[in-house]
Design a protein around this ligand. Structure first.
Ligand code: NAD
Length: 263
């Protein structure tokens, strides 16, 4: 064995930028990375949630910066990287995303552009900034897709599905073109009980009200493990990919869905 396990999983001396860090999977990832010793730059549109994540992460004794950014606006993404110039992260997690339902026939240009801007365009620009900064020094990218990209089970998410499959193609292209220095992988969550999903449930969207949202089958019944996953169960996979445990994992697409995609 070349290096002990604790050393391989440690993120000591590294800095990770995590988007969508104010809640759900992003917050859980921030806390696992902090536990592993990484300094953090946390990005979200929700400043209140960011402050909460920051104070939780700081309990691990790491440095935490927060940035209120609307990722759908390229000008704000550019300003973020300008602010980070000279102290860019060596790990990038593009996790922010929105799963807003709208019937395909009712999607207008404004809605489409905003959804794509958050779920795909921002990932593209964030990766471009990261690769420019790290292509000689090395780094790790983790992009977050969705089971919906591979098995669209909910009606009213065509825009989301298109964006999330775009994230996969983008990540693979980076993995191929910059693999000598940068590892880029995709995490594919499904059925994770986050603030966002809880909100959906509250709004009755996950209650299989066929008229309202048209989930095309009973999601719960289809989960092989018979339960939803927890944000930390995704965060642990993020930690694996960010760490040297995954030193030969590049261009991979890893479902964290309790086996949903295998059904
Ligand atoms: P969440 O709603 O709990 O968290 C998403 C975060 O993104 C929020 O803090 C939100 O404020 C932030 N965000 C939204 N728009 C933003 C913008 N314009 N600029 C900056 N930040 C913005 O969601 P989650 O369930 O933790 O999802 C995280 C990621 O995982 C998303 O990309 C989502 O599509 C994906 N995903 C989740 C599930 C699931 O079951 N929870 C399934 C498949 C994919």
């Amino acid at each position: 064995m070349e290096r002990p396990l604790g050393d391989l999983i440690s993120l000591e001396g590294r800095k990770a930028l995590i988007t969508g860090a104010a809640s759900g999977i992003g917050r859980a990832t921030a806390l696992r990375f902090a536990e592993a010793g990484a300094d953090l730059e946390l990005v979200d549109i929700d400043e209140f949630g960011l402050r909460e994540t920051k104070s939780l992460a700081e309990e691990f004794g790491v440095e935490v910066g927060i940035h209120r950014v609307d990722l759908s606006k390229k000008i704000e993404v550019d300003a973020l990287w300008e602010a980070l110039r000279g102290r860019e992260p060596d790990i990038l997690v593009n996790n922010a995303g929105v799963y807003w339902f709208k019937d395909f026939t009712e999607v207008d240009e404004g809605f489409y552009e905003r959804v794509m801007a958050i779920n795909l365009d921002s990932v593209f620009w964030m990766c471009q900034h990261f690769v420019r900064a790290r292509k000689d020094r090395g780094g790790v990218i983790i992009n977050v897709s969705s089971i919906e990209a591979f098995l669209p089970f909910a009606k009213g998410l065509a825009h989301y599905d298109a964006a999330k499959l775009g994230v996969v193609a983008l990540t693979r292209a980076i993995a191929r073109d910059y693999g000598k220095k940068i590892r880029a992988n995709v995490v594919v969550p499904g059925g994770i009980e986050t603030e966002g999903v809880k909100r959906l449930k509250k709004e009755a969207i996950m209650k299989f009200d066929m008229e309202k949202i048209s989930i095309s089958f009973n999601f719960n019944a289809r989960l092989p493990m018979g339960r939803f996953g927890q944000p930390d169960e995704v965060a642990r996979v993020m930690l694996f990919l960010a760490s040297d445990l995954a030193s030969y994992v590049n261009g991979a697409v890893i479902p964290v869905d309790g086996g949903f995609l295998s059904t």
